[in-house]
Design a protein around this ligand. Structure first.
Ligand code: FES
Ligand SMILES: [Fe+2]
Length: 371
């Protein structure tokens, strides 16, 4: 895709990428022997935990006549549809029983499947793998395997604390993601007397480099307004602090801050729920503030404020987007957003052709903006 000097008019396509793991629900909301509804990429899911506590995810529609399976009964192992009592293994979706069959009827029950999805618990969230849409074989298609494990929050010591925040955003995945990586909204959206005012705006220079499926804002001593960074400065000399921020398809933002033996690490995801709705989940791990009263609370407070400010902004933005206005992306502040769209296009192109994904960045790039 050519780089344009004039503002690039670009409307997000809101395409939701398959072939990836997505966060479905906070793990502490998924209880044993209970069924929970969730939606990912417009796919309705029923999520639960078996007797041993292991989570599972099934397509929330019975392969017989589409009854939502979350209305059924779950005994800790098998799920029984509430309409005609067909029973399915909760993990692989295989049909175990069709009560209406007489002994002489030879329908092979075990060839029927309720759609099931790879499902894992990681760092306080239940993750679900959404495969590429397969050939239509509804009811007889065996479950897919995930090619890799669900992403984790990076940790740098054995002892750490973990916390999460979650917020629904009434905008498409694309607006959710470019809103998350956008540096220019900070002084306007994230004002607070204890944080910064719009008058603190100043020129910044940041180095970026390509990484597989994404890009990295390279390690450096930040002059940043980042929340954990400001708090870390209470502990360590500014020069000793390094940080990296990675964005990786389809929706992962990793922030790592290290200062000697202290570290803070977060994995933020923007999950497509429907075409016009996404959810931001921040999971953070850290080993700082362990002795400091209110440390974690302070961090959570700051993060909750930020996420709420973003949520409110996107709620208002959704009003403006209702009537499909023309939009633009400008240099350099919107360059990461351009890379995101280019990465997405490159990923889809590689899928289409079956070839290698062509990374849109040729090498390291320095960007400048005022924020
Ligand atoms: S619809 Fe589920 S058993 Fe008939
Ligand atoms: Fe923000």
């Amino acid at each position: 895709m050519p780089e344009l000097d004039s503002p690039l008019r670009q409307a997000p396509d809101s395409l939701m990428l398959t072939g990836f793991w997505y966060r479905a629900l906070p793990a502490d909301r998924v209880h044993r022997n209970q069924l929970h509804k969730a939606m990912l990429l417009e796919i309705p899911l029923v999520i639960g935990r078996d007797r041993a506590g292991r989570p599972f995810a099934l397509h929330d529609a019975c392969p017989h006549r589409g009854m939502p399976l979350h209305c059924g009964k779950f005994d800790g192992e098998n799920l029984e549809c509430s309409y005609h009592g067909w029973t399915f293994d909760a993990h692989n979706g295989q049909c175990q029983l069709i009560p209406s069959l007489t002994p002489d009827q030879t329908l092979k029950v075990d060839r029927i499947y309720a759609g099931s999805y790879p499902c894992e618990e990681r760092d306080g969230f239940v993750w679900v793998y959404i495969p590429d849409p397969g050939p239509p074989g509804a009811g007889f298609a065996k479950p897919e395997e995930a090619p890799d494990l669900a992403p984790t929050v990076e940790k740098f010591s054995n002892k750490y604390k973990l916390a999460y925040l979650t917020a629904d955003m009434p905008v498409s995945i694309d607006h959710g993601i470019i809103g998350l990586m956008d540096p220019a909204h900070g002084p306007f959206v994230h004002q607070a007397w204890w944080w910064r005012s719009r008058h603190s705006i100043h020129e910044k220079t940041k180095n970026f480099e390509p990484i597989p499926n994404g890009f990295r804002m390279s390690a450096h001593t930040p002059s940043s307004n980042s929340a954990p960074y400001k708090l870390l400065r209470l502990y360590a000399a500014a020069e000793s602090i390094t940080t990296t921020i990675d964005f990786v398809l389809p929706n992962l933002r990793r922030e790592t801050i290290r200062a000697g033996k202290y570290w803070f690490s977060s994995l933020t995801t923007v999950t497509p729920i429907t075409r016009n709705q996404c959810r931001i989940d921040v999971v953070a791990a850290w080993n700082i503030f362990r002795w400091m009263p209110f440390g974690p609370e302070l961090l959570k407070f700051v993060f909750a404020k930020f996420v709420e400010q973003d949520r409110r902004t996107m709620e208002l933005q959704a009003e403006g987007l209702k009537h499909n206005p023309h939009l633009m992306l400008i240099d350099d502040a919107d360059r990461p957003a351009k890379w995101y769209f280019q990465l997405k296009a490159a990923y889809l192109e590689a899928k289409r052709t079956g070839g290698e994904m062509k990374h849109p960045m040729a090498g390291p790039v320095t960007l400048k903006w005022r924020s």
